[in-house]
Design a protein around this ligand. Structure first.
Ligand code: PAF
Length: 283
């Protein structure tokens, strides 16, 4: 696997590959890689010629200094995983490389996509995500970008960002990778105690119940049932549970007025915040 730390070296390499007619897949990550990330890499490896993974713990998307400090950093293990998976390129930039002085960004308008859910509960988070993804895309200039459905709101915001810039990049939404008991894979799962890990799959079970109910009940009833079920579990502290339009990410009251519906939730289990979602109605 090739390792690049400098923008100019990576750019020169990618330019060469693209000139040779190759499709370049890009998987941006913050490291602490797990099988969920590997499923994104696998899709890129399968459908493009060169897969570039970046590992950069982006300080501008953490609204909580403690969260940034505690974010797991497992670079040696990450490198072994990437090599084993057959990823061709790792981009491992420093903060100075990603954020040189006098850098400018387009003024994105996400038209409310960033207002609810993670946007409401983690102020500034999506500005940071959009900033770093824009910057990384500007450096890597891939043909295909792979992002996970687990961060549905992030995926949708990046889709909107790509609509606002003039780059020919195909965004691929990759399905949520789950443990056999249903828990969505996340870098935060390693911080769960054994007891918390046992109870965590209930998040997925409650989302699945919402999906089973959506045919017969109103949005309000489905939401109330899910909130009641989440609140009933003593170990959970629900941050939010929302049913939103899959495109506008606005709250939906009447399901007949929308083409796609997604239920999204964030739950604390002993201070570890987990997010998950389920598509109730696909476009
Ligand atoms: O989803 C993530 O891991 C991060 O938000 C991303 C997209 C790598 C940007 O830092």
């Amino acid at each position: 696997m090739l390792l690049f730390k400098k923008e100019k070296d990576l750019k020169a390499f990618i330019q060469q590959e693209k000139l040779a007619g190759k499709k370049v897949g890009f998987v941006p990550t913050m490291g602490a890689l797990h099988d969920g990330h590997l499923s994104l890499m696998a899709l890129s490896l399968e459908t493009t010629d060169v897969t570039v993974c970046s590992i950069f713990v982006n300080p501008t998307q953490f609204n909580n200094a403690d969260d940034l400090e505690k974010y797991p950093r497992t670079i040696e293990n990450d490198i072994v995983m990437l090599e084993t998976a057959g990823v061709q390129v790792l981009f491992l930039p420093s903060v100075e490389e990603v954020y040189p002085k006098n850098l400018t960004y387009p003024d994105f308008d996400f038209n409310g996509l960033d207002h609810l859910m993670e946007g409401e509960h983690r102020p500034g988070h999506f500005e940071g995500v959009a900033q770093v993804v824009y910057r990384l895309l500007d450096i890597v200039q891939p043909t295909d970008l792979f992002m996970g459905q687990k961060d549905y709101q992030q995926w949708r915001i990046i889709q909107s960002m790509l609509e606002q810039v003039d780059w020919d990049i195909k965004l691929v939404r990759c399905p949520i990778a789950r443990a056999t008991d249903g828990l969505a894979l996340s870098s935060r799962n390693v911080r769960l105690t054994e007891e918390a890990r046992q109870i965590a799959p209930k998040i997925r079970q409650i989302l699945s119940k919402a999906k089973a109910e959506i045919q017969d009940l109103s949005i309000g009833e489905v939401k109330n049932n899910a909130v009641r079920r989440l609140n009933k579990i003593e170990a959970f502290k629900m941050d939010y549970f929302e049913i939103v339009d899959g495109q506008s990410l606005q709250l939906v009251k009447d399901k007949s007025n929308t083409q796609s519906l997604v239920a999204c939730t964030a739950v604390y289990i002993a201070n570890i915040r987990l997010i998950d979602n389920i598509i109730l109605k696909a476009l």
